[in-house]
Design a protein around this ligand. Structure first.
Ligand code: MRU
Length: 316
């Protein structure tokens, strides 16, 4: 089943807020509904947001309202993952050609996501096996799986390809506070894939790495700046620091659409700050709920995309 799809002129998407307890889908007919689904993380993960942006413009075009105004609202539904604006802009560029051209381009973005992530996963697995042999034990963070894309996944796409090549050892994933994308979504996906895995609390990630339980850290990304700084789910940076200290490779798996040449460095990226209630509930406690962090380029061993491998520092 696809995480997000275009069926009979509307968006059908898995409601990720309900997983792993319930696997249900949302029917989305308007940009307002889509913006709401994105803001409450029913649809989430950078590549899925790119596809949502593309399909949202198709919804707007079919709705017959002010497409550019609706696209502008959709574009900023969440600020950090560059894919959302990328998907919106790519389809909006076809607006003058009429509704059919807009819908065709949006569906093309959807199909392309599947193909590109498969290529990325295969390239990443080959690269790791060439360098590390097998079985490869992986530490990952947040959810960069099929649920963050249309199918297949980015970081978990690499894991999937390692499994298919019989070169996968154990997978460790941290909970990913406060919304638990790791323990809810990634653990659910790994179980369905039949992959041996263990969940640890976020603060245990560096210890998993320091103790040699993981041969590599593989994560996704929400935006990669021109200088190679990687913006990803909060908690990624401590894993990169721990990996550098332990001499373990830190690998980023992301489609080309996540690379943002217009943003010079990580410091220039707007980091989403979410509702403190996600951290402290209704207790009257101040909470600063950063949703993403910046991993400096010099901590990144390699960025694997659907088209190339960008190598940073040498393997440890
Ligand atoms: O807040 P989320 O769940 O949308 O954050 C998702 C992440 O940070 C993922 O790691 C990232 O989008 C890469 S997904 C292939």
């Amino acid at each position: 089943m696809r995480t997000i799809d275009w069926v009979d002129g509307r968006i059908i998407a898995i409601d990720q807020t309900l997983l792993p307890d319930a696997l249900t889908t949302l029917r989305i007919d308007t940009v307002d509904q889509l913006v709401d689904a994105i803001r409450r993380l029913a649809i989430r993960g950078a590549p899925a947001l790119g596809v949502a942006g593309a399909l949202g413009v198709a919804l707007a075009a079919r709705g017959g309202g002010d497409v550019r105004a609706e696209a502008a609202r959709l574009r900023v539904a969440r600020p950090t993952a560059v894919n959302l604006a990328w998907g919106v802009e790519r389809v909006l560029a076809r607006l003058d050609e009429g509704v059919d051209a807009v819908v065709a381009e949006a569906v093309h973005v959807l199909e392309e996501d599947v193909r590109r992530n498969r290529e990325l996963g295969l390239r990443g697995a080959r690269w790791l096996v060439d360098r590390l042999g097998g079985p490869v034990n992986v530490h990952t963070h947040c959810n960069a799986g099929a649920l963050a894309c249309v199918e297949w996944g980015t970081a978990l796409g690499v894991v999937r390809a390692l499994r298919d090549a019989d070169a996968l050892g154990h997978v460790y994933v941290d909970e990913t506070r406060p919304l638990l994308q790791g323990s809810r979504l990634t653990a659910w996906e790994l179980a369905r894939m039949g992959v041996a895995h263990t969940v640890v609390v976020d603060s245990a990630g560096p210890t998993v790495i320091a103790r040699g339980l993981a041969d590599v850290v593989v994560v996704g990304a929400d935006r990669i700046a021109a200088n190679g700084d990687v913006v990803n789910k909060i908690g990624t940076y401590p894993l990169a620091l721990a990996a550098a200290r332990a001499g373990v490779p830190f690998v980023v798996a992301a489609p080309e659409s996540t690379i943002d040449p217009a943003t010079p460095d990580g410091a220039s990226v707007e980091i989403e700050v979410r509702d403190p209630a996600e951290v402290v509930g209704d207790r009257p406690t101040a909470a600063l709920n950063y949703a993403f962090d910046v991993t400096p380029a010099d901590l990144v061993t390699a960025i694997i995309t659907d088209e190339r491998i960008i190598s940073g520092k040498p393997l440890g």
